[in-house]
Design a protein around this ligand. Structure first.
Ligand code: SF4
Length: 225
């Protein structure tokens, strides 16, 4: 897939308008945005956020980090304490076990969170998406673009990603071509917020969307009235 200067210009204008709309509308921050530059918290928050609503991830991470903010202290918590803190996330029992396993491995490494996707993915509960998110949020590293349901859905609607694309790593490869490099790091955060405020999974608010004239609305059958 190749891209043109014209497409980069369209993407830059899309980005500019969505950022402006987010500021005007004071769109809610994402759960992960609270942990920028904090690799341990970013890792735990990213793992907990999988298949979980943002507001539930925010409540869970705040409750858990209020009890312990480093691997050794978190490992010392009881199962009951961890479970009670994260009970609103999806699959809390499984994720409570992941929390303990991640903390155990981090303690064995002297508390340092790995800085590569491959190493991170050896941890239980950490797949490609969680690993990329951890590196981006925790370490400010953006060799890849975190692709979740929002990034994929909106990318297809905007015509950035082919409609048949299903797998996040493939969508990442495509986005790395169509997005200017300096937009990679913040793209996931912006799309999550945009997806909650405007480009919802069902009934996207195309009528009031700041990029209505720039978006081909691919696959959108029922925009909100
Ligand atoms: S115009 Fe509609 S489909 Fe396109 S980004 Fe806006 S809300 Fe989403």
């Amino acid at each position: 897939m190749t891209t043109t200067n014209g497409e980069h210009a369209r993407v830059r204008e899309i980005h500019r308008r969505i950022v402006a709309a987010a500021e005007r509308g004071k769109w809610d921050a994402t759960a992960l945005s609270y942990y920028v530059g904090q690799p341990f918290k970013a890792l735990i928050a990213a793992m907990l956020s999988a298949q979980t609503r943002e507001e539930h991830t925010i409540v869970a991470t705040r409750a858990l980090f209020a009890l312990a903010d480093n691997p050794a202290d978190m490992l010392a918590l009881s199962d009951e304490q961890i479970l009670r803190s994260i009970r609103r996330v999806s699959y809390p029992l499984v994720k409570a076990a992941y929390v303990r396993d991640i903390c155990q491995k981090l303690v064995e490494r002297g508390g340092e969170v790995p800085q590569t996707i491959d190493e991170l993915m050896t941890f239980k509960g950490v797949g490609w998406k969680v690993a990329v998110l951890t590196l981006a949020v925790g370490y400010g590293r953006s060799e890849d673009i975190t692709v979740d349901v929002h990034v994929l859905r909106i990318g297809i609607r905007m015509g950035l990603i082919p409609r048949e694309t299903k797998k996040p790593p493939r969508a990442n490869d495509i986005l790395k071509i169509v997005l200017p490099r300096d937009l990679w790091a913040g793209w996931n955060d912006l799309m999550v917020r945009f997806g909650r405020a405007i480009c919802a999974p069902t009934y996207p608010k195309c009528k009031i969307c700041p990029i209505n004239d720039l978006c081909p609305k691919i696959g959108v059958e029922k925009p909100a009235r």
